[in-house]
Design a protein around this ligand. Structure first.
Ligand SMILES: Cc1cc2nc3c(=O)[nH]c(=O)nc-3n(C[C@H](O)[C@H](O)[C@H](O)COP(=O)(O)OP(=O)(O)OC[C@H]3O[C@@H](n4cnc5c(N)ncnc54)[C@H](O)[C@@H]3O)c2cc1C
Length: 412
């Protein structure tokens, strides 16, 4: 089986195929595996950083399966219970939303556990958001009030990377059903420590290598040839190479690459940016590993052992902004959030323009399934029809799905 693309979707497919005893070749056009979920040494900071802070939740099943399969030893970091700490940059007010572990959400009956200034009635929209059906979120709930502004909107913005009001209610419901709907035990925030590479990519690459499959790097799939209902040729830059009769191909590349390789493919074509600011600064003692920021530009502040890092989702408005201006603004917000007064340390701004597809109903409707009209070609990627927004969990599941379909075509 040949896999083009060694992001998490391609790696997940490769691991699932190997577990089924199938020989795999996997290659990526980039100089390293991991795709949009990668770590690297940043010379400006002289630190290993992630392209962007990635949050997963304790109840993400594919994350657990993948990490267990590849023997990722170091646990993801995060609290024992579903606690989300917030700070309002403007007022200085801080609060913690603290869910109980079980499915019955009795935490909303306890003023000390819920959003300050909220009453029970403010939580009713949560039930409406859990209901099935597609449409814009703002057609289902009014995007206002303390619970919306101080909990639901920040959480959905992080999960969907799209203005929550215009986002797909089906995608929001899928996220909420699998997390908040299953109770606090499934909703604990989890962060890759010390890096994404250590938590996801390196163990998978090593696991594959130990089983005879090295990820080919700097190898770009340039063209696909077809013969009737099957893929018969792959061109990696040195001319068309035949695909053996029983051989399958998994295309685990971003949607804009997939549509260029398969011209009649319909796929998401509207994207949202994510901007991250990284700072070479050891967080003060007691700084929470993750803090939601309200009323500033930065939305989440992460405290790593050797650095501070902030994230802005749906950040298209910042893509052309001056980097130093952004760094100074983020740093002022970090100082306000942590209650410190420190000069701007070494910094790096990472702008990912096409971080995820826009999680709108229109874009969600464009997502193809893993099967294609060619019997030996399968699609994987966070943009395929996983039912989830573009997330690590979705990417990993898409790889599992493509592998399952590919395995089913193998001669017994
Ligand atoms: C800044 C940022 C923050 C994020 N935050 C979160 C978060 O908090 N939580 C979360 O769950 N998700 C988050 N995500 C989303 C998550 O990173 C993605 O959903 C996931 O990594 C997608 O994996 P993928 O394998 O589907 O795609 P990709 O990672 O894009 O992998 C595709 C691979 O294909 C390769 N490729 C491209 N063209 C070719 C070609 N022609 N031939 C061979 N290879 C090719 C690319 O180099 C790439 O490695 C974030 C994303 C970004 C960018």
């Amino acid at each position: 089986m040949t896999i083009a693309g060694a992001g998490l979707a391609g790696l997940s497919a490769a691991v699932a195929l190997k577990q089924a005893g199938i020989a795999v070749a996997i290659a990526d056009s980039a100089a390293q595996a991991g795709g949009r979920c990668r770590s690297y040494h940043d010379p400006q900071l002289d630190l290993m950083i992630d392209n962007g802070n990635h949050l997963v939740l304790s109840g993400n099943p594919a994350v657990a399966r993948f990490r267990a399969a590849v023997g990722a030893a170091r646990p993801l970091a995060g609290p024992d219970h579903a606690e989300f700490r917030f700070r309002d940059i403007a007022s200085g007010a801080g609060w913690t939303v603290s869910m109980n572990d079980g499915r019955l959400p009795w935490w909303i009956f306890r003023p000390s556990r819920r959003v300050p200034g909220s009453g029970l009635a403010d939580y009713l929209p949560l039930a409406k958001l859990l209901a099935p059906g597609e449409g814009r979120i703002d057609a289902r709930v009014r995007p206002e009030g303390p619970v919306w502004e101080r909990l639901i909107a920040p959480v959905l913005l992080a999960a969907l990377n799209t203005d929550p009001a215009e986002s797909s209610s089906a995608l929001a419901a899928a996220v909420l059903r699998e997390t908040i709907g299953r109770g606090g035990a499934a909703t604990c925030p989890r962060i890759a420590e010390p890096t994404l590479a250590a938590a996801f990519v390196d163990p998978a690459v090593a696991w594959l290598a130990a089983r005879g499959t090295d990820v080919g790097l700097g190898r770009r799939l340039r063209a696909i040839g077809f013969d009737g209902d099957r893929v018969s040729l792959l061109d990696w830059g040195s001319g068309p190479e035949p695909v053996a009769p029983d051989e399958g191909v998994i295309l685990a590349v971003p949607p804009w690459v997939a549509t260029a390789l398969l011209p009649d493919l319909t796929a998401p074509d509207d994207f949202r940016a994510i901007v991250n600011g990284h700072f070479a600064f050891v967080p003060p003692p007691g700084a929470p590993p993750m803090l939601g920021l309200i009323g500033g530009t930065a939305e989440w502040l992460f405290a790593f052992a050797d650095r501070a890092s902030v994230t802005v989702s749906a950040a298209d408005r910042l893509i052309d902004a001056d980097r130093e201006t952004l760094a100074r603004r983020f740093w002022a917000e970090i100082c306000a959030a942590w209650g410190i007064d420190a000069p701007l340390p070494r910094w790096q701004i990472v702008k990912e323009k096409r971080a995820t597809f826009a999680a709108t109903p229109e874009q969600n409707a464009k997502r193809p399934g893993a099967a294609t009209r060619w019997r030996n070609l399968f699609l994987a990627g966070d943009w395929t029809a996983t039912g989830l927004p573009a997330t690590i969990e979705g990417a990993l599941r898409s790889g599992e799905t493509a592998a399952r379909l590919a395995i089913a075509t193998q001669p017994r």
